[in-house]
Design a protein around this ligand. Structure first.
Ligand code: FE2
Ligand code: FE2
Length: 296
């Protein structure tokens, strides 16, 4: 059984009062301490609680599907690097960028440098998408839909060259009998976003998956937890959106959550159970919100 955690859209503030790196060095003291005490200074308390719970659930790997920051400032990019280091090593955490990460001209260059260890394949220096990381029975395929956009737009784009490379990569990984997890910030499901937040080139992405197949597609961007499917060559491919991990719960609106996928082999294929963890009320404990099977 392989456990993959999925967290998205933390939208970290630019200048944490206490550095996230300090948090990492305090691991030995236990997360309960920083959740009760300093946690309040380490970003939104709901995010701190979620990250603590995620660490305690001890996943084999963690996927972060973009919008780590808000407006692409250098200080934000640096703070996000510290936050990543607090979550886990670059071997255990994989990141793809979102539209807020690419907010300003120059932002892409900045995060491409600062987050490179978390955003590159097992081979190569990074900066190219799609990239591939093999972890146990999984192949994580990182796709970038992040582009700088005009004000008030939150679109993403995947160009034909990246979609074609994705198809080729997925074909190859399929021959290796790996559980292929594609990471992309923007949802590739038709009609799943308002026009100004859509993924331009989504049909090319869907064509790649329809042709080559994938076992799971993970995204963020919409700030709601969602499960949908897109066609694959031999049945539907689950597409899961994670909400913003930093949302505070309010009456009538759920707060932030993260997802755990427990992936095992069965009858020559795979089976996946998805567990959503979050707080039901402001200040409440992080608990299991839902459990469901994702197969087919
Ligand atoms: Fe977002
Ligand atoms: Fe986004």
């Amino acid at each position: 059984m392989f456990t993959l955690a999925h967290l998205s859209d933390p939208h970290l503030g630019p200048l944490p009062q206490v550095r996230w790196r300090e948090l990492a060095s305090k691991r030995a003291l236990g997360y309960a301490n920083w959740r009760r005490g300093r946690g309040a200074k380490l970003g939104p308390s709901s995010l701190v609680a979620l990250v603590g719970d995620l660490r305690e659930s001890d996943p084999h790997h963690i996927a972060v599907t973009g919008d780590l920051i808000n407006i692409g400032l250098p200080a934000e990019v640096e703070a996000a690097r510290e936050w990543l280091e607090a979550i886990g090593t670059d071997r255990d955490v994989t990141v793809v960028p979102g539209n807020h990460d690419a907010y300003l001209p120059g932002s892409i260059r900045r995060y491409s440098e600062a987050w490179a260890p978390y955003m590159r394949g097992d081979e190569g220096d990074g900066g190219t998408f799609p990239f591939v990381r093999r972890r146990g029975p999984l192949a994580l395929v990182g796709v970038s839909s992040a582009v700088a956009t005009a004000p008030l737009m939150a679109t993403g784009r995947i160009r034909p060259a990246q979609s074609e490379a994705l198809a080729e990569t997925l074909h190859q990984l399929g021959r290796e009998d790996l559980f292929r997890v594609v990471l992309i910030h923007h949802p590739p499901v038709k009609g799943s976003t308002p026009w100004h937040k859509r993924l331009v080139g989504a049909s090319g992405f869907r064509a790649a998956v329809a042709d080559a197949g994938a076992e799971l597609v993970l995204h963020g961007h919409n700030h709601v937890t969602s499960v949908a499917t897109i066609p694959g060559p031999s049945g539907a491919v689950p597409v899961v959106g994670a909400t913003s991990a930093s949302l505070h719960p309010h009456p009538g609106r759920p707060g932030g959550s993260y997802l755990l996928y427990r992936i095992g082999r069965r009858n020559g294929g795979f089976e996946t159970e998805m567990i959503e963890r979050g707080a039901r009320r402001a200040g409440g404990p992080v608990e299991t919100l839902s459990v469901r099977r994702l197969d087919g």
